[in-house]
Design a protein around this ligand. Structure first.
Ligand SMILES: NC(=O)c1ccc[n+]([C@@H]2O[C@H](COP(=O)([O-])OP(=O)(O)OC[C@H]3O[C@@H](n4cnc5c(N)ncnc54)[C@H](O)[C@@H]3O)[C@@H](O)[C@H]2O)c1
Length: 262
């Protein structure tokens, strides 16, 4: 059996030299793995997250590998904080080449139990942050012929019981991506989404399902092939963000081990 190359072992290891990559969710999971991969391939990475300690750990990992990483502690539900973070990244490095909107939160609950605060927070993190960061970054990305990679989910492509709030946000991510792609279809700016399925991160580890759900309804939301590792998703995100994917625009790239195929 051939080993799958990990993020650090890619033969093509310099796709992001001289590129500035701004990404959210950099303190954990898929965002951290992506930050490490981008930095390992030469990018100047600006990592945004609400979790300052997690960002520091990501920074230590990248520094140990000789990469460049700037941590910005930001709550991406705030429009002004998103605009300020992009302005800071652009000022620091002179350009923004990639915006990867990776941060997200998830919860499982019965529809009747969703509070207004929970509903709005989920949209605030999963959709609003992505929109405000994109809005602020687009002028820079147009200048650099850069691109945006939004993280959706298999949950945005199929109806799932007990996660209606999450599904609604990820459905919004998918059509936000397509609509933005259409607005810029005549430019060199590319805008895509990656839609992961179950991935071994703290989001999944902390995913508490109400005790009285009908598990027959939930079985089809996981793959018979098991969970991906965060590095697997980082590989897909980096590919979509790289020039290798120059023909990909307005696409929803599934990386869900087949969940949405049948
Ligand atoms: N893990 C999975 O199975 C899975 C499946 C499909 C999609 N996704 C998506 O992948 C993305 C990354 O998730 P993950 O699995 O790596 O989870 P994770 O919990 O490991 O990482 C999410 C990060 O988002 C950050 N974050 C949360 N609220 C924030 C805020 N207000 N401002 C800034 N940062 C904030 C967290 O601090 C955390 O570092 C999410 O968009 C998630 O919906 C994950």
């Amino acid at each position: 059996m051939t080993a799958t190359p990990g993020a650090q072992e890619r033969p093509n290891s310099s796709r992001f030299v001289d590129k500035t990559v701004v990404l959210t969710g950099a303190a954990s999971g898929i965002g951290r793995a992506s930050a490490v991969l981008f930095a390992g391939e030469g990018a100047k990475v600006v990592g945004l997250d609400i979790d300052a300690d997690g960002l520091a750990q990501t920074g230590n990992t990248i520094a140990a590998g000789g990469g460049e990483f700037t941590a910005l502690t930001v709550d991406i539900t705030s429009r002004d904080a998103c605009h300020a973070a992009i302005a800071e990244a652009a000022k620091m490095y002179g350009s923004v080449d990639v915006l990867a909107n990776i941060a997200g939160i998830a919860r499982s609950e019965h529809i009747v139990d969703v509070t207004e605060e929970q509903w709005r927070l989920m949209f605030g993190v999963n959709v609003d942050g992505m929109f405000w960061l994109s809005q602020a970054a687009i002028p820079h990305l147009l200048e650099s012929s850069g691109n945006i990679v939004n993280i959706a989910s298999n949950a945005g492509l199929m109806g799932q019981a007990y996660t209606v709030n999450y599904c609604a946000t990820k459905g919004a991510v998918i059509n936000l991506t397509k609509a933005m792609a259409m607005e810029f279809v005549k430019t060199s700016l590319r805008i895509n989404a990656v839609a992961p399925g179950g991935t071994d991160t703290s989001l999944v580890a902390n995913f508490a399902i109400p005790p009285d759900v009908d598990f027959e309804l939930m079985g089809r939301y996981t793959s018979a092939r098991g969970f991906s590792q965060p590095e697997d998703l980082a590989n897909v995100i980096a590919f979509v963000a790289s020039d290798d994917a120059r023909a990909i625009h307005g696409a929803i790239v599934s990386a869900d081990n087949g969940i949405t195929s049948g």
